[in-house]
Structure formats: structure tokens, C-alpha cells
Design a protein around this ligand. Sequence first.
Ligand code: CMP
Length: 153
Amino acid sequence: MRTGLLKHSNYMEFLRSVPSFKTLTEDVLSKVADVLEETHYSDGDYIIRQGATGDTFFIISEGQVRVTQQKSANEEPVFLSTLSRGDWFGEQALKGEDVRTANITAVGDVTCLVVDRESFKQLIGGLDNMSNKMYESEEVKARLEAEAVFFSN
Ligand code: CMP
């Protein structure tokens, strides 16, 4: 079913306020508003599990989530970050391998706007800050690997 007019205009208003979407045209934002699914979570719910396969992209419209990551199989997940309204996550599994790189859990009530892989690719994935997004843990890893190559030559 097509999104109702009022909902659509509410989504548009919110999407316009997301800093990372600043360069998206009204036309593209309107298409995002058409395809997104609103989802709700309660405190402690797993929105994403590290290691699972996934093909959805999330924008937080209400509430907060925690990002945690297990560095190796027998270690407890460590806290990485808190994300809130206007932040997004889930883009990593949509580029290259489709495996989730971290856990995302709800802190209190959370509402997300969820975009499927195909729509993400067509409408959002081309943004520089999506396609190049690297997190510190990966940057550190990439740097260490580069240094190891450098010093072994
Ligand atoms: P994805 O791997 O699809 O699912 C887990 C998400 O957590 C990941 O995409 C990123 O959006 C997000 N994520 C991973 N690492 C970090 C980090 N260090 N800080 C904030 N978010 C992260």
C-alpha cells in the first residue's frame, strides 16, 4: 500500500532534517518516504545481531540504540557507540559481504525507518558518507595492516 499523505509528509520533513541526506533531492527523499517501513522496538530488543546476514538499512526516527561488538568468538561484546534520532546504521552489510559487523540494541522505546537493499542501492547508497563510511576499529585495522606491509618490505 502507498504511504498515506500525512505520513508521507511527516517522513519527508524528518528525512530533510537528517544531516547525511542534505544533498538528496526532494524527488529522491520522496521515493525513500514511499518505500520505507516504520518499525518499533522496546528496551533491550536486538535490532541487529552481529554475524547475521542482513539486507536492510535503518534510520532512527525516535529513541536511542547501543552499538556493541564482539572482537572474537569467546569474548563479551564491547560497547562502541550510542546512536539517536537522525543517525543511521546497517549500511555495512549492504556493501560487499552481507554480514552484520556489530550488534544494535534498543535503549528504551525506539522507532526506525527501514529501507530495503534495492531501494538503498538506488536512492541512498551512492552518498559519499555511506559508501566510504569506515569505523574506527576498521580504520585502525586498515592502518595496522598497511604498516605491516610497509615494514615487511
Ligand atoms: P552493519 O554491519 O550492517 O550492522 C551493524 C551496524 O553497526 C553497521 O552496519 C554500522 O552501521 C554500525 N556500526 C558498526 N561499527 C560501528 C561503530 N564503531 N560505531 C557506530 N556504528 C557502528
